[in-house]
Design a protein around this ligand. Structure first.
Ligand code: HEM
Ligand code: MTE
Ligand code: MO
Length: 467
């Protein structure tokens, strides 16, 4: 038998489009699957996510591939093997503060590598009601700390006359374990649509700075009570500090009002599990705050310290960021102290399928997306238009029914609709309504703001129809 062709990862990577042919790897084997792409039962766009690289991280998400007949299909397309140097993981030593960041899933669309910020592609985002951990969006401001669970301690500052706590992970496990499904959304989700109106300061996020997980941990109210904290008549805030810090030693920090923290119905968690697993490093290992219904920025990861203060956190991210302003306000005149910090988020929805610019079949079109509102407000309806908002149809809400006033998680939705005869293109629009009858604004220009936050206008996708 002839010895197999040997390829480098670099060569495999250069075969990632129909023009250059589509190669993938599994273990040390290389496959040219160009002819299979359009036959893939999971659809061509999903297979293409792996083009030019390994299948393992994608197949780990979809157990359907864990069957002999799938391996047999793949085997027909084998073209060679990876060179041995390329199968061993590389070990590079540097003084780069990000060198110790974890390895990430290749499906993530990276908006910034250092610090790491990335979102799942739309075609994977709403594939599961619970977002798999490896593709949960990631928003880091600093390098990921590498914390030892054995020596990890959470400092909870007690009130005068109370007792400060220094909790190990085992101590945290002694509090009653509380589990809830919560959607996290970054204030900058859909910022790219604001950028198209006028430049903003901030990372480009498309529709994927939102994800949903099942979290487990101790209730913050139980831990605060143990330290001797009570609800007081005067205004107070619970301040959180992360163990990630910049070169000057400044840690990430944020705060929420004490009233929310002490309310058992608000279900604020010190979470140590995400979808039944210890938190992944990118999502705050070993402990993070989860504040249901509240903007992502307050869900402090790698939690090191909790204290109760008369004022909001003095952190940059509490006071000089994550606030909304009028479209008339620019960087020369902005007064950050004049606006409240973002806590609960407004009603949001977006289309994840089809994608903007895609070509759809005439006959019938399937439209999918997500909808969510802050503050525990439930999504009661999603309206979809195929003609830019002239006429509307009501989408079917999927996913878990949410409790009134405690609707912490999103609803997925879909609509199957006939494509009106003779249409060459469709302007698909979606908008959600929450149980306070809050609605989304129809266009983005009137809610434009210099930081590009709170971008929740009707989501619009333009597609072509095959004749
Ligand atoms: C389903 C093969 C890559 C996502 C399937 C099935 C086969 C297959 C044979 C049907 C399995 C069954 O129902 O028994 C392959 C091959 C691939 C590949 C040969 C690489 C060359 C991918 C990638 C993804 C993916 C990269 C995701 C990013 C899916 C999904 C389904 C599926 C979601 C389920 C579809 C459904 O149940 O409707 N694939 N696949 N596949 N595949 Fe793949
Ligand atoms: N906590 C720490 N310690 N450091 C951070 O950079 N980013 C915040 C928040 N908590 C951040 C943090 C922001 S802005 C968001 S949107 C969420 O974490 C993102 O959480 P995720 O990366 O688990 O999706
Ligand atoms: Mo964020």
């Amino acid at each position: 038998e002839k010895s197999p062709h040997i390829y480098t990862r670099e060569e495999v990577r250069s075969h990632s489009s129909p023009e250059t042919r589509i190669w993938v790897t599994l273990g040390c084997e290389v496959f040219d699957v160009t002819e299979f792409v359009d036959l893939h039962p999971g659809g061509p766009s999903k297979l293409m996510l792996a083009a030019g690289g390994p299948l393992e991280p994608f197949w780990a998400l979809y157990a359907v591939h864990d069957q002999p007949h799938v391996r047999e299909i793949l085997a027909q397309y084998k073209v060679g093997e990876l060179s041995p140097e390329d199968t061993a993981p590389s070990t590079v030593k540097t003084s780069d503060p990000y060198a110790d960041d974890p390895v990430r899933h290749p499906a993530l669309k990276v908006n910034s590598q250092r610090p790491f910020n990335a979102e799942p592609p739309p075609e994977l985002l709403t594939e599961n009601y619970i977002t798999p951990n490896p593709i949960f969006f990631t928003r880091n401001h600093l390098p990921v700390p590498n914390l030892d669970p054995e020596t990890y301690r959470l400092h909870v500052v007690g009130p005068p006359g109370g007792q400060s706590l220094c909790l190990s992970l085992d101590d945290l496990y002694q509090f009653p374990k509380h589990e809830i499904t919560v959607t996290l959304q970054c204030a900058g989700n859909r910022r790219s649509e604001m950028t198209r109106i006028k430049e903003v300061k901030g990372l480009e996020w498309n529709t994927g700075a939102i994800s949903t997980a099942h979290w487990a941990g101790a209730r913050l109210c139980d831990v605060l009570a143990k330290a001797g904290h009570q609800l007081c008549g005067t205004e107070a805030h619970v301040c959180f500090e992360g163990l990630d810090s910049d070169p000057t030693g400044t840690a990430y920090g944020a705060s929420i009002p004490l009233a929310r923290a002490m309310d058992p119905e608000a279900e604020v968690l010190l979470a140590y599990e995400m979808n039944g697993q210890p938190l992944p490093r990118d999502h705050g290992f070993p402990v993070r705050v989860v504040v249901p219904g509240v903007v992502g920025a307050r869900h402090v990861k790698w939690l090191g310290k909790v204290s109760v203060e008369p004022e909001e956190s003095y952190s940059h991210w509490q006071r000089r960021d994550y606030k909304g302003f009028s479209p008339s306000v620019d960087w020369d005149i902005v007064d950050f102290d004049s606006a409240p910090s973002i806590q609960e988020l407004p009603v949001q929805s977006a289309i994840t399928e089809p994608k903007d610019g895609e070509t759809v079949q005439s006959g019938e079109v399937t439209i999918k997306g997500y909808a969510w509102s802050g503050g525990g407000r439930a999504v009661v309806r999603v309206d979809v238009s195929l003609d830019g908002g002239l006429t509307w149809q009501v989408a079917e809400l999927d996913g878990e029914e949410q409790r009134p006033r405690k609707a912490w998680a999103w609803r997925l939705w879909q609509l199957q609709a006939p494509v009106p005869a003779g249409k060459k293109e469709l302007n698909i629009v979606c908008k959600a309504v929450d149980d306070s009858y809050n609605v989304q604004p129809d266009t983005v220009a009137p809610i434009w703001n210099l930081r590009g936050v709170l971008s929740n206008a009707w989501h619009r996708v333009h597609v072509h129809v095959t004749p």
